[in-house]
Design a protein around this ligand. Structure first.
Ligand code: DQA
Length: 175
C-alpha cells in the first residue's frame, strides 16, 4: 500500500469492500489530520487517523456500503481527490484548516454529484473567530462539529439516509 496522501491515484489507506455494486463512501482528510493523536487533546482527543478511518468505514460497512479513505497535506492533491471521488455515492470531508479559506476546495466540492458531509472533530464555532468561517459549508448537505468520532458516525448515517431515501439533501447553490 502506498504512503497515504502522496498520490491521488494511489491505493486508499483504508478500503473495504462489500460487493462491487455496493454504494461507495469516499472519506477525505486534509492538512495536519495525519497527525491526529499528537494534536491538542483538548480539541481532537486521542484518536489517530487510522482509528478514525476504521470507525467511519465500520459504520459505512454496517449499512452495506464500501468505504475509501485518503489524507493529504497538499491542497491541490485534496482537490484532485475530490475530482476523483466526485461520482461516488457520497463524500465525507474534513479539510482541516483549509475549511476556513480554501475556495479551491469549495469549488471542487461543488462538482460532487452525491451529498457531501463536512465533519470536524472539534467545535469550530466555539474556538477562535477565524474558525467560525467555513467556506465549504454551502456545498455540504450534512455538517457536524465538536462531536469527535461520534460525529463521523452520525455523518455517515445521515449520508446513507440521504442517498437511500433518494433525497439528495440541500441543493447546492446554483444547481
Ligand atoms: C478541524 C478544525 C480545524 O479548524 C482545524 O484547522 C483542523 C481540524 C477539526 O476536525 O476539528 O485541523 O477540522
Amino acid at each position: 500500500m502506498s504512503e497515504r496522501g502522496t498520490d491521488p491515484t494511489s491505493e486508499p489507506s483504508e478500503s473495504t469492500g462489500e460487493t462491487p455494486d455496493s454504494r461507495l463512501l469516499v472519506v477525505l482528510h486534509g492538512v495536519n489530520l495525519g497527525l491526529l493523536g499528537e494534536r491538542p487533546v483538548i480539541h481532537y482527543g486521542r484518536v489517530t487517523l487510522p482509528e478514525l478511518e476504521a470507525i467511519v468505514c465500520e459504520e459505512a460497512r454496517a449499512h452495506g456500503w464500501r468505504c475509501e479513505c485518503h489524507q493529504t497535506d497538499h491542497e491541490g492533491e485534496f482537490v484532485q481527490l475530490v475530482h476523483a471521488g466526485r461520482h461516488a455515492d457520497a463524500l465525507l470531508v474534513n479539510p482541516g484548516a483549509w475549511t476556513h479559506y480554501s475556495y479551491a476546495i469549495r469549488d471542487a466540492l461543488e462538482l460532487v454529484t452525491g451529498p457531501v458531509a463536512e465533519v470536524h472533530l472539534s467545535d469550530i464555532e466555539g474556538r477562535e473567530d477565524w474558525r467560525r468561517v467555513s467556506v465549504v459549508a454551502d456545498v455540504a448537505s450534512v455538517r457536524m462539529a465538536g462531536r469527535g468520532p461520534d460525529g463521523y458516525r452520525e455523518a455517515v448515517r445521515a449520508l446513507v439516509e440521504l442517498v437511500e431515501s433518494g433525497d439528495a439533501g440541500t441543493p447546492k447553490e446554483g444547481s
